[in-house]
Design a protein around this ligand. Structure first.
Ligand code: AMP
Length: 503
């Protein structure tokens, strides 16, 4: 088996690795470190959890250990799709450079430009950044990328999902042609292939086995759930979620609850809080200081439930997560693997429980095909088949209870989709019902794919179903069988007249 000491890493880096407690390199490290140290471009196909951060950080700092940084001209650049991932890379960097004199700057949104400018002015060896913030600095004329000798692109497929590819291309073009590129992606979508063909030069391709088969140490289950009514599905699903959590009892020390859409992340977190569960949301629209606080709380065990979107939770390294709950079936099968990989890390046992509504059954089949196993079906903890009424709601925690006539509320739903982001969460019983869930459908169909925060576009089904439409027509059936659909209660006289040709 390869040892770290076989890899030609700087002795001070080896010392830091030893102190980190790593015994031997992971497959992506054993594969990527030697060509990277030889100065070759590397195309690493690996996902988080494989040790890929060290696979580019260790050779990078070994190469940078010789030489000095110049003002405003960083010597290397690491691009990450999210602030959290960038911060995580920065932490890794600190761990491994402990015995070296290398400097870094972290350029992410939500942090003042002033502090970041100061660091860049002094000169940094490693710049770790999200693409947008990096370009902001560049455009302000504070940063030169012509000194970049090594450029790392991390989680390229997530960059693609988030629409960062044009930024990445621009950044590539601002760095010297002679730079070394270390490029990592979990999957090789055609667009990613195109970028690597354009910007990488004869790369060494290192692929580690995809985590397509999910770890044996993660117990999985799916609850097939059908709401009693479409407009109640959201609140009933939230109730089922609470019952599933309760069913796990003390075994559930902490959990990440994944939702497909940001609006649902907010709604589920708010609902759980209202029912006295220790929960907080994390997604891309939240303020950075709040995201950091939430994440820190989850990491140090003071927050029990993290309700997350795929983008925000992607790549996060929280060593012990006892449970993952998929409030929604992810629309992309690989996301299921990423999500449940948050539990059962480092050889621990984990449990992943998912709720599947009828319209997500196709996505469930895709997941089962990818992981090559049938996910065991779970019993509804609230009793099979029985509609899930929200009877246990505490006095201060009422969920939506539809009351008005169906045709009216449905028509409203179909015109009020824009209000999705501001949808009320737990409504007082006498408020207008059924808006938030249907409104979110509008959100689904409106928003582009951005890394899993929207999914399952079912607007077609909705319009096909046409619930609430044409009822007036039916109501007119008592007019001697001459049903007129769509004219309301009044049928103008001329409709009944026969036509005569005019001569
Ligand atoms: P990553 O895929 O970079 O997010 O790394 C996942 C986790 O594996 C992190 O907690 C690392 O600290 C840890 N790790 C990285 N390399 C090794 C190694 N060679 N041995 C043991 N753990 C490692």
């Amino acid at each position: 088996m390869t040892k770290f000491s076989d890899l030609n890493l700087n002795p001070k880096v080896l010392k830091a690795i030893e102190e980190a407690g790593y015994e031997s390199p992971t497959p992506i490290q054993a594969g990527a470190i030697p060509p990277a140290l030889e100065g070759k471009d590397v195309l690493g196909i690996a996902q988080t959890g494989t040790g890929k951060t060290a696979s580019f950080t260790l050779p990078m700092i070994t190469l940078l250990a010789r030489g000095r940084a110049r003002a405003r001209m960083p010597r290397s650049l690491v691009l990450c799709p999210t602030r959290e991932l960038a911060a995580q890379v920065a932490e890794n960097f600190d761990t491994y450079t402990k015995h070296l004199k290398l400097t870094k700057a972290l350029l992410i949104g939500g942090v003042s430009f002033k502090e970041q400018d100061k660091l860049i002015d002094k000169g940094v060896d490693v710049l770790i950044a999200t693409p947008g913030r990096l370009l902001d600095h560049f455009e302000r004329g504070k940063l030169l990328l012509t000194g970049v000798q090594i450029m790392v692109v991390d989680e390229a497929d997530r960059m693609l999902d988030m629409g960062f590819i044009p930024d990445i291309e621009r950044i590539f073009s601002l760095t010297p042609f002679t730079r070394q590129t270390l490029f990592f992606s979990a999957t090789m979508a055609p667009e990613i292939e195109r970028i690597t063909n354009t910007f990488l030069s004869a790369p060494e391709r290192v692929e580690v086995a995809r985590q397509a088969t999910t770890g044996e140490n993660i117990e999985q289950g799916v609850l097939m759930f059908k709401g009693s009514r479409r407009d109640r599905e959201g609140s009933e699903k939230r109730k089922v979620l609470r019952a599933l959590i309760d069913g796990e009892g003390k075994k559930c020390t902490n959990a990440i609850i994944f939702c497909n859409r940001k609006t649902d992340v907010d709604i589920v977190a708010k609902s759980l809080k209202k029912y006295k569960y220790d929960a907080a949301p994390i997604h891309g629209d939240l303020d950075q200081s709040q995201r950091t606080k939430t994440l820190d709380g989850f990491r140090d065990g003071t927050l029990r439930f993290l309700v997350a979107s795929d983008v925000a939770a992607r790549g996060l390294d929280v060593p012990s997560v006892s449970h993952v709950f998929n409030f929604d079936v992810p629309g992309h099968a690989e996301d299921y693997v990423h999500r449940i990989g948050r539990t059962g890390r480092a050889g621990r046992d984990g449990k992943a429980i998912m709720i599947c509504v009828p319209r997500d059954e196709k996505n469930l089949s895709d997941i089962e095909r990818l992981v090559q196993r049938e996910i065991p079906r779970l019993e509804n903890p609230l009793g099979g088949g029985k509609p899930v009424e929200d009877e246990t709601a505490p006095a201060d925690a009422t969920e939506e209870k539809p009351k008005r006539s169906r045709s009216r509320s449905r028509r409203k739903d179909e015109t009020e989709t824009v209000a999705a982001d501001a949808a009320p969460v737990e409504k007082a019983p006498d408020e207008k019902p059924a808006r938030s869930e249907a409104a979110q459908d509008g959100e689904k169909s409106r928003a582009p794919r951005n890394g899993g925060d929207n999914n399952n576009d079912d607007t077609q089904k909705r319009s096909r179903g046409g619930r609430g439409r044409g009822r007036k027509g039916n109501d007119n059936n008592d007019r001697g069988g001459n049903t007129v659909v769509g004219l309301g209660d009044h049928t103008p006289e001329f409709i009944g007249l026969s036509f005569k040709e005019r001569r």
